[in-house]
Design a protein around this ligand. Structure first.
Ligand code: UD1
Length: 430
């Protein structure tokens, strides 16, 4: 088991290249199951969630070939539908996309309920509501999701989502791509990765309109063919490094981004006294003065992303004055607060609201990465803190950040990976 050891207090200087978007990749790779032919997908992030999905695709008989570090060729022409392996699917949240993709391709799917970060209850009732509207029977039996449609092909349906759900929107798009007739999703999510999934499917022959708005129409087609596609850059990875510069100080060029996708994050950092200069496909982030307090409320896109909430909290701990953070998406996303307190942070949590009294300076401590984004926030806090921070549970971080240690070292951070024998047993027991 590995840990990260950070000696904090060094400003960051240089440039960081952003990888492909995790939350786009974890939907686009399962979408390959719908395609009769070979698709070549570029800008695939090298993260453990992607490795797991590719492993699941191989188990289902897909021919998966790595062309280079960030490009894969997937041929699902000869896949055989069978239950998705439990041990693999339970490790990731995005395994729910296998239900939509397999149901769309074969008319039945048997998939374990999703795993992934513990952010409170993570129901999938809206996904199921969508499949049912397309004629499927869905039940959870013996710990597995069983979905089936009479006759083997879904038919178009009308779905109004009761809440804005990224996963339900993408899963219904997957299921509807090969359905007979038109599916309409109302109150759809608008995240950049939803547009990316629609663009991917359309480039393979699907007919999806309105992605990026709250009404998406999918006219089902008879089949999808292979092709080429490049995944968009990761908005949250970019935002995380922007927050790292805000916290640690310095000046970093964050490359391979779509600055428009970062507007919600940029706006907050600017309010906090950070300079952000937008270039064509990069942002230059600079912080020389003190961090100012602000209030942040997380919301579906184009609001401030919930997946940036712990990272911005790390910055607000260092601010002058008191900030109010309101979590507007998940019911339980403050589990990391105790870890920050070990570093000297002053945070009070009441339900969805956290009141952060800026302390100006954090001090290094031994902390735990309790989930993916909380882990990234621990790294940010460690970079800014005085002294040494040791983070365990870093496998959470590696689910979603490609080469984080290398990328940060390249801009002058003192961060390294250490191996602690016996750690695995301790963490599993805890
Ligand atoms: C995705 C992201 C996750 C991010 C979240 C919100 C992936 C793999 N994960 O998660 O990192 O934090 O979007 O941007 O892409 N809900 C229901 N019923 C449902 C579905 C959702 O009640 O059927 C609720 C959830 O409990 C949550 C809210 O809706 O409170 C939003 O969830 P959703 O957008 O679906 O999140 P995910 O797609 O799971």
């Amino acid at each position: 088991m590995t840990r990260y050891l950070i000696h904090g207090g060094r400003p960051l200087h240089g440039s960081i290249e952003i990888s492909g978007a995790k939350n786009a990749a974890v939907a686009i790779l399962p979408a390959a199951l719908l395609i009769n032919g070979k698709c070549r997908i570029e800008n695939v992030p090298q993260i453990s969630d992607v490795t797991l999905i590719l492993q699941i695709l191989r188990e289902l008989g897909a021919d998966v070939r790595a062309v280079n570090k960030t490009t894969v060729e997937i041929d699902c022409s000869h896949i055989h539908n069978k239950p998705v392996p439990y041990e693999l699917a339970r490790k990731i949240r995005a395994s729910y996309y296998l239900v939509g993709a397999l149901l769309g391709r074969f008319g039945w799917a048997q998939v374990p309920p999703p795993g992934g970060c513990n952010l409170g209850g993570r129901p999938i009732d809206q996904h199921i509501k969508g499949f049912v509207a397309m004629g499927a029977d869905v039940e959870v039996r013996n710990g597995l999701i069983h979905a089936r449609v009479e006759g083997g092909r879904l038919r178009g349906g009308q779905v109004y989502l009761d809440m804005v759900s990224v996963g339900a929107t993408m899963n219904i798009m997957l299921a509807a791509a090969l359905a007979k007739g038109m599916t309409v999703i109302e109150n759809a999510a608008k995240e950049p990765h939803i547009v990316d999934l629609a663009n991917f499917l359309n480039s393979m022959g699907a007919n999806i309109m309105g992605a990026g708005t709250d009404v998406i129409k999918i006219r089902g087609v008879e089949s999808l063919q292979g092709g080429f596609y490049s995944i968009i850059p990761d908005q949250i990875e970019a935002g995380t490094y922007m927050a790292a510069v805000a916290a640690a100080g310095g000046e970093v060029l964050i490359k391979n981004v779509i600055p428009k996708h970062l507007d919600c994050i940029t706006a907050k950092l600017v309010e906090m006294g950070v300079d952000v200069e937008e270039l064509d496909d990069a942002v230059l982030v600079r912080r020389t003065g003190p961090i100012r307090r602000t209030n942040v409320k997380t919301m579906p896109y184009p609001g401030f992303p919930t997946d940036m909430q712990p990272q911005i909290a790390a910055c607000l701990c260092l601010a002058k004055g008191t900030s109010v953070l309101t979590e507007g998406v998940w019911e339980n996303r403050y589990r990391y607060v105790d870890e920050f307190r070990r570093m000297g942070a002053r945070i009070q949590v009441d339900g969805k609201v956290a009141v952060i009294e800026g302390v100006g300076m954090l001090t290094g401590a031994q902390v735990h990465a309790c989930d993916l984004r909380a882990g990234a926030a621990m790294v940010i806090a460690g970079l800014a803190a005085q002294g040494d921070t040791e983070i365990d549970g870093v496998y959470h971080i590696e689910r979603g950040y490609e080469s984080i240690v290398e990328k940060l070292s390249n801009v002058g951070a003192d961060i390294r990976i250490v191996y602690i024998p016996g750690d695995e047993a301790r963490i599993q027991a805890g």
